[in-house]
Design a protein around this ligand. Structure first.
Ligand code: NAD
Ligand code: DAU
Length: 353
C-alpha cells in the first residue's frame, strides 16, 4: 500500500490527479494537502468524500510544523507537488506570493521529505520519490519552428515561470547534491473539467455563456500546446512508477493552436449547440500581456519512448467534453466565482460588456 502526499490537490490538475488515482488503484492511500487559496475548491473532489483511503488536510506547504506532523503520522512514499500559484497574469501584478509558494514552499517540502526519508548520508529508504509538477513555461518562448526538449535551456520570462524554474533548479540540486530521489515533469497547457475561469478556455466558455466580450491579448496569434488534463495525470502516474531518478520528463500531445483559432472553435460549438447569439462579435482584442511568450510546443519523445506514454484524447474530443462539462456544471462555476474572483474579474474585465 503506497501513500501519496499530493499537495495542491484541490486545484484544477491536482484534483483531477487524485480522482485519476482513486479511480485507477484500490490499494493506495492519498493525503491531499492544500491551502485552499482562491484556486482550491473541495467541491472538485466531492465524489470521493468518505473514501477511507483519502484524507484532506487544509494547510500551507510553507508550514514546517504541519509537514513534520504529516510525515510523522504517515509513512509517505511519494510527494507529488502540484501546489502553486499558477496564473501568469497574477504573477505580473504580484510576484511575491509566487516566490513564497512556488520556490520557498517547494524547498520546505524537499527539506521535510529529505529529513524523513534519509537513512544515511546520500541513502534513502527504498521506493521513495519526490515528483515536482513543473511546466513547459520554464523553457521560455519559441519562434515558429522547433520544440522544447528536456535539453532546452531554461529561459523563463514571467515571474510565474521564473518561480517555477527556480523550484526546478532546487529540486534538481537535491538530486545532484544529496542523491535525493526526484523527478520533474514539464507539461504543456492543460484543459478540462474544474479549471478556474481565469485561464483562457474556461474564461472563454464563461464569457460566451454570459454573452460577454472575450478578451484576446495582442494579435491572438500566440500559440499554446493543449493537453487534456487526464492525459497529464496518466503521464505523471507513469513517471512516479517508472521514471528514472533525477530525470526530467516533458509532457505534451503535439496539439498547437493559436489563441484566436481556439477561441473561434469554442464559439463555433456554442453557436451551434447553445445559442446563435454566441458568435465572433464577442471577440475583443485587448492590450497584450507584458512579456507575452509567443509559442509553446513540447517534444514528448522521451516520455513516449522511455515510459510508453501516449495521450488518450484527441483535441476534438477533449474540447467538446470540456465545454459540455462547463455547460452541465454551471453551479460549480457560480460557486467558484467568489468575492475575491469577482473583484479580480471586475478589475481586469469589468470594462468589457
Ligand atoms: P491551480 O491554481 O488550479 O491549483 C493550485 C492549487 O494549489 C490550489 O488548490 C491552491 O489552493 C493550492 N495552493 C496554492 N498555494 C498553496 C500553498 N502555499 N500550500 C498548499 N497549497 C497551495 O493550478 P493548476 O493549474 O492545477 O496547476 C497545478 C500545478 O501544475 C502547478 O504547479 C502548475 O505550475 C503546474 N502546471 C499547470 C499547467 C496548466 O496548464 N494549468 C500546465 C503545466 C503545469
Ligand atoms: O504552459 C503551461 C502553463 O499554461 C501553466 O504552467 C500555467 O499554470 C497555466 O496558467 C498556463 O499558462 P498560460 O499563460 O499559457 O495560460 P492562460 O490560460 O493564462 O493563457 C493562454 C493564452 O491565452 C496565452 O497566450 C494568453 C492568452 N489569453 C489569456 C487570457 C486569460 C488571452 O488572450 N486572453 C485572456 O483573457
Amino acid at each position: 500500500m503506497k501513500t501519496y502526499l499530493v499537495t495542491g490537490g484541490a486545484g484544477f490538475i491536482g484534483s483531477n490527479f487524485i480522482a485519476f488515482l482513486l479511480d485507477t488503484y484500490k490499494d493506495i492511500k492519498i493525503i491531499n494537502l492544500d491551502k485552499l487559496t482562491y484556486a482550491g475548491n473541495l467541491e472538485n473532489l466531492i465524489n470521493y468524500d468518505g473514501f477511507e483511503n483519502y484524507k484532506f488536510i487544509k494547510g500551507d506547504i510553507n508550514d514546517s510544523v504541519l509537514l513534520n506532523e504529516i510525515f510523522e503520522n504517515n509513512e509517505i512514499d511519494y510527494v507529488v507537488n502540484f501546489a502553486a500559484e499558477s496564473h501568469v497574469d497574477r504573477s505580473i501584478e504580484n510576484p511575491s506570493i509566487f516566490v513564497e509558494t512556488n520556490v520557498l514552499g517547494t524547498l520546505n517540502l524537499l527539506n521535510t521529505a529529505k529529513k524523513f526519508w534519509q537513512k544515511a548520508e546520500d541513502i534513502y529508504i527504498e521506493g521513495k520519490k519526490f515528483i515536482q509538477i513543473s511546466t513547459d513555461e520554464v523553457y521560455g518562448s519559441l519562434s515558429n519552428e522547433g520544440y522544447f526538449t528536456e535539453e532546452t535551456p531554461l529561459d523563463p520570462h514571467s515571474p510565474y515561470s521564473a518561480s517555477k524554474a527556480s523550484a526546478d533548479l532546487l529540486v534538481q540540486s537535491f538530486f545532484d547534491t544529496y542523491k535525493f530521489p526526484v523527478n520533474i515533469t514539464r507539461c504543456s497547457n492543460n484543459y478540462g473539467p474544474f479549471q478556474f475561469p481565469e485561464k483562457l478556455i474556461p474564461l472563454v466558455i464563461h464569457q460566451c455563456i454570459e454573452k460577454k466580450q472575450i478578451p484576446i491579448y495582442g494579435d491572438g496569434l500566440n500559440v499554446r500546446d493543449w493537453l487534456f488534463v487526464e492525459d497529464h495525470c496518466s503521464a505523471v502516474d507513469l513517471v512516479i512508477k517508472n521514471g528514472q531518478l533525477g530525470e526530467v520528463y516533458n509532457i505534451g500531445g503535439h496539439n498547437e493552436k493559436t489563441n484566436i483559432g481556439l477561441v473561434n472553435k469554442i464559439i463555433g460549438y456554442l453557436n451551434e449547440e447553445v445559442d446563435e447569439n454566441i458568435n465572433k462579435e464577442l471577440i475583443t482584442f485587448v492590450k497584450d500581456r507584458k512579456g507575452h511568450d509567443r509559442r509553446y510546443a513540447i517534444d514528448p519523445t522521451k516520455i513516449e519512448k522511455e515510459l510508453q506514454w501516449k495521450p488518450k484524447y484527441h483535441f476534438e474530443t477533449g474540447i467538446i467534453k470540456t465545454i459540455d462539462w462547463y455547460l452541465d456544471n454551471s453551479e460549480w462555476l457560480n460557486n467558484i466565482l467568489d468575492d475575491e474572483y469577482k473583484k479580480y474579474y471586475q478589475k481586469n474585465y469589468g470594462k468589457l460588456n
